[in-house]
Design a binder for this molecule. Structure first.
Ligand code: MSP
Length: 496
């Protein structure tokens, strides 16, 4: 049986057009999906849009559209961006699709039949931007403790999920599975949240219409987070528990931003426990991007629009920058200066130069024909060992979702390559120089697919990067190497 790997991004709200924060999660997921495919896994990579709820309904009213018209319009923006970013997702789920609505209704009924959903009355506060319920004591000056925006008082009949019942089971699960919530600092936050006590959760609303009705009582609309989280199984065909569901569930990793951790590590696992389904293997929360030191917001007019970045700098430079600049899991700051600096120093100078110099040399000395490797002296052996060590290191870092460290490990070999050319008689070390780079480009295929394909084709290996290609020795005497064009032209830096 082939090994499988299932990974997901959050499904994005359609009240807003995509920005760099959305692009970040999807991009990280894409890099991981490509790497797992390279390693021989059968990968299911899911993304999509969250189209129900009060927030989307409000945005549609403000735009003079129906919620579905709004969703149909905005979903295209997401899909076009993913195409432009070379996102290799397997499926795109929209919560307005029949397959999803059917699955959510079934999931709700299953939990209800178990006795874990009951009808009661909700009397507390609601934050629409976060689609979150709060008690009065949790509010700060009657504002949402998460986003600091005004909340509204709700008093309505509501279905409740017996979340309190699962407190101990959830705690035991988090404690027994140290990797379930990552990074570690986030795991500790959730542990203390759960230890403080779980209250039953309101899972339906009666004051608006845009969503999935509660089965058997359509006065009630299912709470948008109950609806949205279920996408991770409806996309696999749930309630049919055969097919893709049997093949891919439980998910290997849910990639999310840190702001939606509680929904994924408290609500979702307890829903699944109630429905008698296995829990996710891992939930990984990344940090948030600020822009030139400030929070990204429409009112500050500093929202970074990924299409514009790609047009200006190229897709692979954007992919590289976002994953290299900030360790995955920490917050980071976006600035054009930092991006241009990375392009010039890492991509044009280090990576591009090494390829240009070495492919130019083999053409000058050997008409572009690869020679038998010279009898290795110590320097050559060390260079080969470093390259092989990089392959192992990158594998470990990818397992930890430490994308930035993986790129650093690759760049150590690239820098060593430039030094190697400077310090040795190049014509005798051609083989090692080229072979090391061939392996570098195989690894880079997950991060920068277009650049990797170009690099590999200059280095005589046509076609896709493969797992076998990560082993030393793929380049063989007699193969032809072409003189490379610059991969990344330098960009003028401000102040230059
Ligand atoms: N619809 C919910 C998710 C449901 S998943 C079952 C949602 N959507 S969202 O569109 O508001 O946000 C989606 C993701 O974008 C979140 O993971 C969030 O962390 C991420 N980001 C939004 N702004 C961000 C930054 N400024 N920086 C990094 N990521 C950010 O929440």
């Amino acid at each position: 049986m082939s090994r499988t790997f299932y990974l997901t991004t959050p499904i994005y709200y359609v009240n807003d057009v995509p920005h760099i924060g959305h692009a970040y999660t999807t991009l990280a997921a894409d890099v991981l999906a490509r790497y797992k495919r390279l390693k021989g896994y059968e990968v299911f990579f899911l993304t999509g849009t969250d189209e129900h709820g009060q927030k989307v309904e409000k945005a549609a009213n403000a735009a003079g559209e129906t919620p579905l018209e709004l969703a149909d319009r905005v979903v295209k923006r997401f899909q076009a961006l993913w195409e432009k970013l070379d996102i290799s997702s397997s499926d795109f789920i929209r919560t307005t699709q029949e397959r999803h609505k059917k699955g959510v209704a079934h999931f709700f009924k299953t939990v209800e039949e178990k006795g874990d959903i009951y009808l009661g009355e909700y009397e507390d506060w609601y934050c629409t931007p976060c689609e979150t319920f709060w008690t009065e004591t949790q509010l700060i000056d009657y504002k949402c403790p998460d986003c600091n925006r005004p909340t509204e008082k709700l008093k309505e009949e509501s279905y409740f999920f017996r979340m309190s019942k699962y407190q101990e089971q959830l705690l035991a699960h988090i404690e027994a599975n140290p990797d379930f919530i990552q990074p570690k600092s986030k795991r500790n936050e959730i542990l203390s949240f759960v230890r403080e006590g779980l209250r039953d959760l309101s899972v339906s609303r009666t004051t608006f219409k845009w969503g999935i009705p509660v089965p058997g009582n359509d006065k009630h609309i299912i709470y948008v987070w109950f609806d949205a989280l279920t996408n991770y199984i409806t996309a696999l065909g749930y309630p049919d528990e055969g097919g893709n569901f049997a093949k891919f569930w439980p998910v290997d990793v849910h990639l999310i931003g840190k702001d939606i951790l509680r929904f994924h590590t408290v609500y979702w696992p307890t829903f699944l426990m109630a429905a008698g389904l296995p829990l996710p293997n891992k939930v990984f929360a990344h940090g948030w991007w600020t822009v030139e030191g400030q929070k990204m917001s429409k009112s500050l007019q500093n929202v970074v629009e990924p299409n514009m970045l790609i047009d200006k700098y190229g897709v692979d430079a954007v992919r590289y920058f976002l994953l290299r600049e900030v360790p995955f899991g920490l917050d980071g700051d976006f600035s054009h200066t930092a991006l241009v600096h990375r392009i010039n120093s890492d991509l044009a100078n280090d990576l591009g130069n090494l390829l240009n110099r070495s492919t130019a040399m083999i053409n000058k000395y050997f008409d572009g024909v690869v020679q038998e490797p010279a009898d290795g002296n110590e320097v050559d052996q060390a260079y080969r060992a470093k390259t092989e060590g990089m392959v192992r290191q990158v594998d470990q870092y990818m397992d930890e979702l430490a994308f930035s460290k993986a790129l650093q490990a690759i760049w150590e070999v690239v820098s060593a390559g430039n030094k190697y050319i400077d310090e040795t008689a190049p014509s005798t070390v051609m083989y090692h120089m080229l072979e090391s780079q061939r392996i570098v480009y195989c690894l880079l295929a997950s991060f920068m697919p277009r650049t990797a394909a170009k690099g590999l084709s200059y280095l005589g290996s046509e076609g896709e990067a493969t797992e076998a290609g990560l082993a030393w020795g793929g380049l063989r005497a007699g193969m032809r190497v072409t003189k490379a064009e610059p991969l990344f032209p330098r960009i003028e830096e401000q102040g230059e």
